[in-house]
Ligand binder design. Structure first.
Ligand SMILES: [Zn+2]
Length: 404
């Protein structure tokens, strides 16, 4: 409706402009064809249609506010139209707004297209006792699984993933062929639809490894080589990249670990398998950025991993340690915990908290549980005007007191 008033207003404007010079051309029915008569007639029309145009716009705005579906771009377009430009664009946006009000189903769709999605990235550090299993659920609903715990944890991992409503693992990564990482993976391969499988190029002469290879073979899946530089095009709203291993041969099987970096908006995560000093030193020398917000602390908190230089480069705000209670390795090692604590990190442990879920909206990261160590926050963050959330930090402190 407003566009009709806009056209009438424009006609009235033309009437004034033409009429001032040639009154007889615009005042057909009138006896007195003077400039004054022109201004009176078309001037009045000009004002009336201007007001009607404004009212009809406000009416539309009202519909929008009720529907609460105002998109950021509209404000900009509205300004354009108010200064009399680009009516067509404005019309298109307005039409979209109306259709959105009528069809809420489509709103989400538009939001997706405009990247205003409310979808989040969730990383589940599944409690598998002494071992690792990290489930990543992307904003677009894709699934990545890095490791699946020991053999006796296969059912735990399978039922946890099923409980998330997942039927397909789009990307399965076996960080390295140690039983506490791949033991439960054969069950996962048997139960779920599997997209791609990545493993570092190293074998282990164990029954566990053989069982996994057989399960993969039975599903006619191909194993692709996990190495630094492999990037996964799994979901355009995240970046998933392997930043290790770099070498073909290592003295420790742990150093073959595939290290996955995931970036989601301003947030970043590093899933490190069981890497030790040798691979960490290689990553330090590599071209790949190491700084992240959340570090899945390597090798269950072993002191031989997360060397000081690596920790300094990664400079995480949060650490997650996947470790079994009273394990025979003494993980996490006391020295390592002190190192993380001295670094000001907030540290979560699966042996204390059970499964830990980190949620990223692209700007902030939240955890569903209380930490073992509440970090004071890194100076780095304030220096960079960065992302430590003081409110969250204070709240965590209060929660700690309540739960103590
Ligand atoms: Zn391990």
């Amino acid at each position: 409706m407003h566009i009709i008033f806009a056209i009438l207003w424009f006609i009235a404007l033309l009437g004034v402009i033409i009429g001032v010079n040639y009154p007889e051309k615009v005042l057909w029915g009138s006896k007195t064809k003077t400039e004054g008569k022109v201004l009176k007639t078309y001037g009045m029309a000009l004002i009336i249609f201007f007001l009607l145009f404004g009212i009809s716009l406000e009416y539309l705005e009202g519909i929008n506010e009720q529907g609460d579906y105002v998109l950021q771009g509209n404000l900009h377009n509205k300004e354009d139209s108010e200064i009399g430009e680009d009516y067509r664009d404005y019309e298109e946006v307005k039409d979209k707004k109306i259709s959105e009000v009528k069809e809420p189903e489509q709103v989400k769709h538009h939001d997706d297209e405009l990247n205003l999605s409310n979808e989040v990235l969730k990383i589940h550090f599944i409690d598998v006792g002494q071992g690792d299993a990290t489930l990543i659920m992307t904003p677009a609903g894709k699934t990545i699984l890095v490791d699946a715990g020991d053999r006796n944890q296969g059912e735990t991992v399978v039922s946890y993933i099923k409980a998330q409503g997942i039927e397909t693992i789009d990307l399965l990564i076996a960080s390295h062929p140690h039983a506490d990482h791949i033991g439960g993976m054969a069950s996962v391969v048997q139960v779920f639809e599997i997209g791609e499988v990545y493993m570092p190029e190293v074998t282990a002469n164990t029954k566990t490894f053989e069982t996994l290879l057989l399960a993969i073979k039975e599903k006619n899946l191909k194993i692709k080589k996990a190495k630094a530089g492999v990037e996964f095009n799994i979901d355009s709203s995240i970046r998933a990249l392997l930043i290790a291993p770099h070498s073909e041969h290592y003295s420790s099987l742990n150093d073959y670990s595939a290290v996955l970096r995931v970036d989601h908006g301003e947030n970043s995560f590093l899933i490190t398998g069981d890497v030790e000093a040798q691979s960490e030193n290689e990553m330090l020398k590599s071209k790949y950025p190491l700084q992240v917000d959340v570090l899945r602390v390597s090798h269950h908190g072993s002191n031989s991993s997360t060397i000081p230089a690596f920790l300094e480069a990664v400079a995480p705000t949060y650490g997650v340690i996947s470790v079994g209670a009273e394990n025979r390795y003494g993980h996490p090692h006391k020295e390592l915990m002190e190192r993380l604590g001295a670094f000001g990190m907030t540290v979560y442990r699966t042996d204390e908290a059970g499964t830990i879920v980190a949620t990223s909206d692209g700007r902030e990261i939240s955890f569903d549980t209380v930490p073992s160590i509440q970090g004071a926050g890194r100076q780095r963050n304030s220096e960079l005007g960065g992302n430590i959330d003081i409110k969250e930090w204070l709240l965590d402190g209060i929660l700690n007191k309540i739960f103590d």
